[in-house]
Design a protein around this ligand. Structure first.
Ligand code: B12
Ligand code: SF4
Ligand code: SF4
Length: 255
């Protein structure tokens, strides 16, 4: 992920994304605790919400609706909406805006809500200064559950994720196949990883899992056209059919 290192400065300077930017409005949008399962009991990360359109598009639309309200209140101002789509450090801005604290698992955690939230920013040239809250103090205390539970050791130490070992990177972003050793660490989940959030006491327990996906066998048998029909508009569309198939093959359990 060299692109990440190359854009660190840009990520901290929103005025490079929107000239004369004076305010960053940070928003968090929750997604369900429920885990989506395949008919044969395998799972995917919760953020994927496979019944819905990819969150980048969905939340982009919502964000642009809010941006219009800002323009209405501050005529002539410019706005830009970012949802995981622009080089901006979303968690840092969310933290600075006081909507949550950063957990040792690197996630933005909102006490009472947890970390299963997407982050969205509205950059604007308008100066909006009402209701500014202070950054929230760390609430992890002595807990190290996420560090202890990470199956690959990607969570090397508090606040540091080594992307090259993170199952989320390996099963979504990395174009190469997941090796069998890593596959064994994936448990039942073949797309993304929620382990360092599942163990976190700030995320409520007891959600029902729902069988919302075709079986792994059916996915393995899909052609491009069928994949497009079933998953084309979802978060899986970005990774593509071949990556999903390769992840399924890598699972430690016999599929
Ligand atoms: C690249 C990326 C990844 C890479 C991570 C690479 C890396 N090492 O950061 C990979 C593919 C591994 C990944 C995985 C996941 N990601 Co991701 N990812 C991003 C992305 C696009 C950029 C992150 C980035 O800039 N990283 C660089 C580092 C330097 O910055 P950082 O992540 O913000 O983390 C730093 C801060 O926490 C920082 N810090 C900053 N200020 C402060 C202040 C204090 C006081 C402290 C203590 C710390 C602190 O310490 C960290 C440095 O190590 C963001 C969207 C965005 N544009 O920000 C989404 C984003 C961070 N991901 C998100 C999600 C949901 C995930 C997954 C949960 C997906 C999944 N279920 O599989 C996992 C979780 C892994 C984990 N534990 O972090 C959400 C997080 C929402 C939230 N509640 O925090 C984001 C914000 C996308 C979104 N718009 O919703 N992701
Ligand atoms: S998402 Fe999974 S692999 Fe990545 S840091 Fe968290 S527990 Fe470790
Ligand atoms: S599991 Fe514990 S240490 Fe990790 S983020 Fe949650 S409260 Fe913090």
């Amino acid at each position: 992920m060299e692109w990440l290192a190359r854009s660190v400065r840009l990520r901290q300077e929103p005025e490079r994304l929107l000239e004369s930017c004076r305010t960053v409005v940070s928003l968090a949008y929750p997604y369900p605790l429920e885990k989506s399962l395949t008919k044969d009991g395998f799972s995917v990360a919760r953020y994927t919400e496979p019944q819905k359109e990819d969150y980048h598009k969905r939340l982009g639309k919502l964000g642009r609706g809010l941006a219009k309200e800002i323009t209405h209140e501050h005529p002539g101002c410019k706005t830009r909406v970012c949802v995981d789509s622009a080089p901006i450090m979303e968690r840092s801005f969310a933290y600075s805006s006081g909507i949550g604290f950063l957990g040792k698992n690197n996630m933005l955690i909102i006490p009472g809500q947890g970390s299963y939230v997407f982050l969205v920013e509205i950059l604007t040239t308008a100066l909006i200064s009402e209701n500014r809250t202070k950054p929230m103090a760390d609430q992890c205390g002595l807990c190290t559950k996420c560090l202890d539970a990470c199956p690959t050791g990607a969570l090397e130490k508090p606040f540091l994720v080594d992307a090259s070992r993170c199952l989320s990177y390996l099963t979504i972003e990395d174009p190469s196949d997941v090796d069998r050793e890593t596959g064994k660490k994936m448990g039942k989940c073949f797309f993304g990883c929620d382990i360092c959030q599942e163990v976190c006491p700030f995320n409520k327990e007891g959600s029902l899992n729902r069988p919302a996906l075709p079986s792994t066998g059916e996915i393995l048998g899909m052609g491009r056209e069928r994949f497009g029909e079933v998953f084309g508009k979802t978060a899986f569309g970005r990774a593509g059919l071949e990556k999903m198939k390769s992840n399924i093959r890598a699972l430690g359990s016999a599929v």
